[in-house]
Design a protein around this ligand. Structure first.
Ligand code: NAI
Length: 461
């Protein structure tokens, strides 16, 4: 029977990163993945294809609306959706093959099939062809998550679907109804809006982007509305059915909507079924997650879990951090994730990014803070880019000046937020950020100005 020091179940960003780090640390590592392509939801049907489409649709929108402002006149801008979708597939294929090469380079054994734990240190891998028994000193569960269903919404895998279908609609919908104004709803809603669809977003709460800082989410709503996204807040969807080539979406206390496609994006649920957890007596929590301690150890000896199957935000980079910390701890005795410094990004235009505490969290926790805000319209680089929408907000401890949270809605916010994450990770004060020289002209200067704003001493506003 093949034996390994560590067997990882799932080759998403959490699993494959943990596999590489464990191999670097000298372990004999195997990774079991049921899909032929490595990379998990993120690479195959999540972060990567959605970002590819966001980029393409953004260029299409720019060519139509922004180019003339730059003095670039095109005869006629036409959409070739098939090519756009093909390009997305090529990006995905290149990256998933890249993970294959990384596995080979790091001598990680790959098994293709569905993994089921069969007692301490025992795993069975089942594929359509064969059944293989494996043994491991350590097992790491990194099986990720899937789209959450919504009672009454009848997914048909075509007209009423999840993000997976919305990454490959064969034609631009005339009217797309998006259920849920979270990350997925806003990103994929933006893609199809830019390509010409009427997009209506139905959101249960009275706000968009739950969990994001209120002020930034409110600004995002205004900007996205200007781009043509229509929001109905406080709207609880109760039913969605296919009626011929149309869909009917019903909501409590509101008129039904007829549309040609529905995207359900009301969150994700952990992939923790059919894993054989009962064989090692692991009990799930109320959200079907695997309970773990601070070092990702489950209640079963030698079995660990990371990423979307445990507590915390369902983000690829959070899973990566946990994967590395988990295997480092197994091998060296040390391994740590700073959960205060994990950024989140919605890749809309402008992008929306956040790290650390929101203003609402600080108020709820009765932490006294000072706030600095800087608008992008006063940043010279934003002017040259023609992307002056948005603002940067820094929240710092009132007594120590330590940065507690940074919230950005701006062009390239997803890149800017990394500087803020580093600052928080190093325990920086807003004064530290304000006194760090930033190249001119860059969008990063707006972050520095927001730090200066904490002490009411901005230069350019
Ligand atoms: P989400 O949790 O971000 O948002 C779901 C939204 O659906 C919430 O606003 C919720 O109030 C709403 N909702 C729930 N029931 C409803 C109903 N009956 N009617 C109307 N609205 C309803 O979930 P989303 O967007 O599906 O994303 C799932 C996960 O994937 C998130 O945890 C997110 O962090 C992650 N993700 C991250 C991305 C990124 O980092 N850029 C991109 C895409 C997803």
């Amino acid at each position: 029977m093949p034996q390994h020091d560590l067997i990882i179940i799932g080759a998403g960003p959490g699993g494959y990163t943990a596999a590489i780090r464990a191999a670097q640390l000298g372990l004999n590592v195997a990774c079991i993945e049921q899909e032929p392509a490595l990379g998990g939801t993120c690479l195959r049907i999540g972060c990567i294809p959605s970002k590819a489409l966001l980029e393409s649709s953004e260029l299409f929108s720019e060519a139509n609306h922004t180019f003339p402002r730059h003095g670039i006149i095109l005869p006629e801008v036409k959409l070739d959706l098939a090519t756009m979708l093909r390009r997305k597939e090529q990006v995905v294929n290149t990256l998933t093959k890249g993970v294959d090469s990384l596995f080979k380079k790091n001598k990680i054994t790959r098994y293709l099939g569905h993994a089921r734990i069969n007692g301490t240190g025992q795993i069975v891998v089942e594929s359509s062809k064969e059944k293989t028994d494996l043994q491991a000193k350590h097992i790491l569960i990194a099986t990720g998550s899937k789209s959450s269903p919504l009672p009454g919404v009848e997914l048909d895998g075509d007209r009423i679907g999840t993000s997976t279908e919305a990454l490959s609609y064969p034609e631009v919908p005339k009217h797309l109804v998006v259920i849920g104004a979270g990350y997925i709803g806003l990103e994929l809603g933006s893609v199809w809006r830019r390509l010409g669809a009427k997009v209506t977003v139905l959101e249960f709460l009275n706000r968009i982007l739950p969990g994001m800082d209120d002020e930034i989410a409110a600004e995002a709503k205004k900007i996205l509305e200007k781009q043509g996204l229509e929001f109905r807040l406080g709207n609880k969807v109760t039913k969605a059915t296919v009626q011929g080539t149309q869909c009917l979406v019903e909501s409590a206390g509101a008129d039904p909507i007829t549309c040609d496609r529905v995207l359900l994006a009301v969150g994700r649920i952990p992939n923790t079924d059919a894993l054989g957890l009962e064989s090692v007596n692991i009990k799930l929590d109320e959200k079907q997650r695997i309970p773990v301690d601070d070092h990702f150890a489950t209640s079963a000896p030698g079995i660990y879990a990371i990423g979307d199957v445990i507590r915390g935000p369902m983000l690829a980079h959070k899973a990566e951090e946990e994967g590395v910390a988990c295997v480092e701890r197994i091998v060296t005795g040390y391994g740590h994730v700073n959960y205060d410094a994990i950024p989140g990004v919605a890749y809309t235009r402008p992008e929306i990014a956040s790290v650390g505490k929101t203003e609402e969290q600080l108020k709820a926790e009765k932490i006294e803070y000072r706030k600095g805000v800087f608008p992008l319209l006063a940043n010279s680089r934003a002017r040259t880019l023609g992307q002056t929408e948005g603002k940067i907000k820094i929240l710092a401890d009132a007594k120590t000046d330590r940065i507690l949270g940074v919230h950005i809605i701006a062009s390239h916010a997803g890149d800017l937020i990394n500087e803020a994450a580093v600052a928080i990770n190093f325990g920086a004060s807003s004064e530290d950020l304000a006194r760090s020289c930033h190249a001119h002209p860059t969008l990063g200067e707006a972050l520095r100005e927001a730090a200066l704003a904490v002490d009411n001493r901005t230069i350019n506003f």
